[in-house]
Ligand binder design. Structure first.
Ligand code: NAP
Length: 242
């Protein structure tokens, strides 16, 4: 059986992606860092779609935790493999560079960039041997255009875009696609502290996007119809940056 793993699946965009993939019939493995209550709610919403949902908490920034959790999942699923990976876990820790602390830089790169590397490397072997895989990396408009106050976040997301393009070329012959989705402002916990009213006036579409709109793009990239799209970055930002 082919499973989907969504990192940071407990809330926001990750939760909407879990539900979208469940609607497409994928059993879903829901990763999260610490918010078990939110992860259980995602599990309930996935199960409502009639598919299996499993919780798999680990810190994507810790190679030990990633390897341990995925090894144990593999042991418990000798006849299954994770065919679809959505690298979605991410945080913001904004500061202008002169005031940015080491920890802010390391935390953001640790989760978005190292997390992408640790989880993807671990799951690639099975995708390669089974000759099928779908990898979707949630990046950001910030990694394409650069945003002041986000040198850490822009660097992490731009690095994942580079890795997406390189990895796509490495594994295309094995029927594995690797793409990135770059959202603009999406209404989730991550953007709760932003001045939505002020920002909206700069967005041509005049509003923040929804997690479900991002999830629909991920669903398309995961589908058979998208088999010939790889190494690409799809923006979803209401016209803010093209
Ligand atoms: P969110 O609502 O803040 O949710 C973040 C998710 O990531 C949660 O499930 C959280 O788990 C998980 N997470 C955080 N650190 C983790 C770690 N070390 N290991 C495993 N999981 C971890 O964020 P969101 O807005 O949905 O963002 C999802 C992705 O989209 C991120 O990569 C973000 O950079 C990107 N993005 C968001 C926007 C936006 O406007 N919202 C725009 C562009 C890109 P817990 O629940 O356990 O804390």
């Amino acid at each position: 059986m082919k499973y989907a793993l969504v990192t940071g699946g407990s809330r926001g965009i990750g939760r909407a992606v879990c539900i979208q993939l469940a609607e497409m019939g994928y059993p879903v493995v829901i990763n999260y860092a610490s918010n078990e209550a939110a992860a259980l709610e995602t599990k309930r919403l996935v199960e409502e779609k009639g598919v299996t949902a499993e919780l798999l908490p680990f810190d994507v920034a810790s190679v030990e935790e990633v390897d341990k959790a995925i090894d144990s999942w593999n042991e418990q699923h000798p006849n299954d493999y994770i065919a679809l990976l959505v690298n979605n876990a991410g945080i913001r820790s904004d500061a202008v560079m002169v005031f940015m602390e080491d920890q802010q830089w390391n935390d953001v790169l640790g989760i978005s960039l190292n997390g992408f590397f640790f989880v993807t490397r671990k799951l690639l072997k099975n995708m390669i041997s089974k000759r099928f895989g779908r990898i979707v990396n949630i990046v950001s408009l910030s990694g394409l255009s650069g945003l002041p106050g986000q040198t850490n976040y822009s660097a992490a997301k731009a690095a994942v875009i580079g890795a997406t393009k390189a990895l796509a070329k490495e594994v295309a012959s094995r029927k594995i696609t690797v793409n990135a989705v770059a959202p603009g402002y999406i209404a989730t916990d991550m953007t709760q502290d932003l001045d939505e009213k002020a920002l909206k006036s700069h967005i041509p579409a005049g509003r923040f996007g929804t997690p479900e709109e991002v999830a629909a793009v991920v669903g398309f990239l995961a589908s058979d119809q998208a088999a010939y799209i790889t190494g690409d970055v799809i923006s979803i930002n209401g016209g803010l940056y093209t």
